[in-house]
Every structure is written in C-alpha cells, then in structure tokens.
Design a binder for this molecule. Structure first.
Ligand code: TXA
Ligand code: MG
Length: 276
C-alpha cells in the first residue's frame, strides 16, 4: 500500500532521494521522478513496466525553465505556451544533452509541459530538477484520474501518492511537435484542436498508429480496457447485446441500469473528465 496525502515536503524528500512519487495534474495522475537522475528514470520504466522505446514527458514549473533543457524554441511554441501554460499541452522541443537519451528513448526532442495543479506546481518549484512523469498506470492500462486509481494500479510499487483529488480534465495532454518550426499535433488530448487553431491558425494533425516513438501514445494497444469494446450505433447495439454488456454513451440515454452517460448536457470536456 502506498501512503496517500498532501505532504509536499514528504514528496520532495522522496524525489530528492531518487524515489518515485505519484503526482496529480489537471489531466491525469503522473508517476514522477527526477528527470536528470538515470536511476530514477529507470525506476519509472520498471514500475510502469513500460518499454524503453516509449519516451517520457518532463514537467516544469514555468516557461522560463524550458530554456535549461531545450535548444531552439520555435515562435509558435512560445505563443502556445504563453497562451495555454500552465495547462494540458505538451510541446516536443529539441533537447539539450542534460536530458538523457533514456528519457527521450534516443529521440533528439523532449516532451515538456507545465501542469496546472496547485500542489504539483508547489512541488515542481521546490526541487532543482524537472519531473519525468508518464501517466501513473501500468503500461497499456487506462490512465488514473483519482489517487485511489493509482493506489489500485501501482500502490504496491511506490511509497507516496500526492493527493490532488479528482483530475479536472480527465484525459492526457495534447502533444504538439514541430517540423521546420511548423506545429504538428501528435496526440489529441485535453487541449482541443479548436483552441490551438484559434491562436496559431490551421495545424497539421499527424497521429500515426505504430510502435515507433515518433508517433506518441499511438501504439496499437494504448488505452486498453480489460473488456471487449464495440463502437457503433447504440440503438442497434442495445438490441444485439441485451443485458450482458455495459453501455458508455456521449449523450444518448436509454435509461438502462447498465448505461453510463458521459455528458447529459452534451459537453465534450465533461465527457472527457468522466471517461476514465
Ligand atoms: O497529461 C499528460 O501528458 C500526462 C501527465 C502525467 O502529464 N502524461 C502522460 O505521459 O500522458 P505518457 O508518458 O503516458 O504519455 C506521453 C506520450 C507517450 O505516448 C510518448 O510516446 C510521447 O508522449 N512522447 C514523449 N516524448 C516524446 C518525444 N520526444 N517525441 C514523441 N513522442 C513523445
Ligand atoms: Mg500514458
């Protein structure tokens, strides 16, 4: 069992000692460790049972810190960060050598983001290194949005879970990379494409399905629930699978006991928060 609490000092001490701590963010809980310490980074891969070809995101307290870990920052990256940080946006930027290849799985870019969560912000300000943190779930499982989820999934492998309650966004950050300084969305997430495009105009979206880490978060099996999932027309499916299945719908309600409606009022962000 991991201890669940709001003791930033304790979280800090563990991180300084090279240990891992689960941290809340506005998107999902992260499994964090000192991004500049090889042994901490190695522990993250081990605890998550994550293949080393899948790179980690690093978390920083503010935009100024980005310069310590990256070489060039494209103008549109600056604009996006100025508008959406702290928030559910990860930028892929060319890394300095202080960021070990282990963190980036050998890529020359590093994923970097400034989360919008008060406790985690305090914690990030209090340590002299960025926190590498993938979502705090075993590889291939659904991301945790409550401290109890982390406890269920990784409680026997970590010492402390910093309790920030329920994650308000509920899905992971949107990832934006750059090709010749032009933004390319690599993972759709908590920050909508509409919001991004309202600031920097039309952007390319390239989400490949491959085991190549240049295509983040898009392994063939990524968010894998343990049950079979069927997508389709609900009216048809309800008749086909009466009783023995659960229904997850955006808005449509059949008033069945085994149905969960993600957003009765039809709001995308509400549905996202309720999904995991
Ligand atoms: O909201 C989030 O982003 C959460 C919270 C904890 O910050 N973190 C998260 O991390 O979702 P993770 O590791 O579960 O997902 C990050 C994705 C991975 O699929 C990885 O392949 C991709 O980002 N990624 C990381 N660095 C990359 C890089 N340099 N180039 C391409 N993809 C990268
Ligand atoms: Mg993940």
């Amino acid at each position: 069992m991991a201890e669940i609490g709001t003791d930033i000092e304790k979280a800090r001490a563990l991180l300084l000692a090279g240990e891992l701590v689960a941290i809340p963010t506005e998107t999902v809980y992260g499994l964090s460790g000192n991004a500049l310490n090889i042994s901490s980074v190695t522990k993250i891969f081990e605890v998550k049972d994550r293949p080393q070809f899948d790179p980690l995101i690093i978390h920083v307290p503010d935009f100024d810190s980005v310069q310590s870990y990256t070489t060039a920052i494209p103008e549109k990256a600056r604009i996006l960060a100025a508008k959406f940080w702290p928030g559910p946006l990860t930028l892929l930027l060319e890394k300095k050598s202080v960021i070990n290849d282990l963190v980036t799985s050998g890529l020359n870019t590093v994923g970097i983001r400034c989360p919008d969560q008060a406790l985690t912000h305090e914690l990030l300000k209090s340590v002299p290194f960025p926190l590498a943190a993938p979502s705090a779930n075993p590889f291939g499982y659904v991301s945790p949005t409550r401290p109890e989820h982390v406890e269920e999934q990784l409680g026997n492998k970590i010492g402390y879970i910093l309790d920030g309650g329920v994650c308000p966004v509920g899905i992971e950050s949107t990832i934006v990379g750059f090709e010749y300084d032009m933004p390319v969305v690599r993972r759709l997430g908590g920050l909508t494409l509409e919001k991004i495009e309202s600031i920097i105009g039309k952007v390319r979206v390239q989400i490949n399905s491959s085991s190549n880490p240049k295509a983040p978060g898009q392994l063939r099996s990524h968010y894998a629930p343990q049950k079979k999932v069927i997508l389709g027309n609900l009216k048809v499916l309800v008749q086909q699978y009466p009783g023995n299945s659960g229904i997850l719908s955006f808005q449509q309600d059949f008033n069945l006991p085994y149905q969960y409606v993600l957003s009765p009022s039809g709001k995308l962000d509400e549905a996202a928060q309720n999904l995991f």
